[in-house]
Design a protein around this ligand. Sequence first.
Ligand code: FES
Length: 169
Amino acid sequence: MDARLAPFPAHLQAPGTTDAPFEAVLDLARLPPGALCRVTRGDRDILVAHTPEGIVATDDRCPHMSAPLSIGELDGCVVACPLHEGRFDLSTGDPVQMPTTGGLDPDGVYHPTWTPGGRESKSDVPGKKAEARRLTRVRRLRYYPVRIVADRIEIALGPRPGDDLGGTP
Ligand code: FES
């Protein structure tokens, strides 16, 4: 299968991945155009997506409350989270639709709660939970370098939390 790699914003590259070794994670044949797939290495879950721009890898954690984007829906380059209707552009890393819970966008701008069309709105009872929703900030996605070698998708995952990075104790 012919496939290309999607460019991603350089400032959103995952820390420690620039010189990290690549690891084979998936046969290319298992990721046709439009597909989403979760791969797991240790305690890290990665979303590999085949968008119209190409293949891209990011954390399989919604930038809102960490739900798995790999079981969401991909529409062009936009992935819809299965939990609170948040939608995220895999080509830019930005939210294109805030979650129904509202909260802060990546720039810290507040957005109110909202209800999808056709559904009855829930009351937002004041209290700690409402405050938590109001203060929860949706982050931008972060990306892992990807390459294709012999029909295998390889990703540079970088150091895992707890890896010995060789620093002075
Ligand atoms: S966890 Fe994804 S929109 Fe809330």
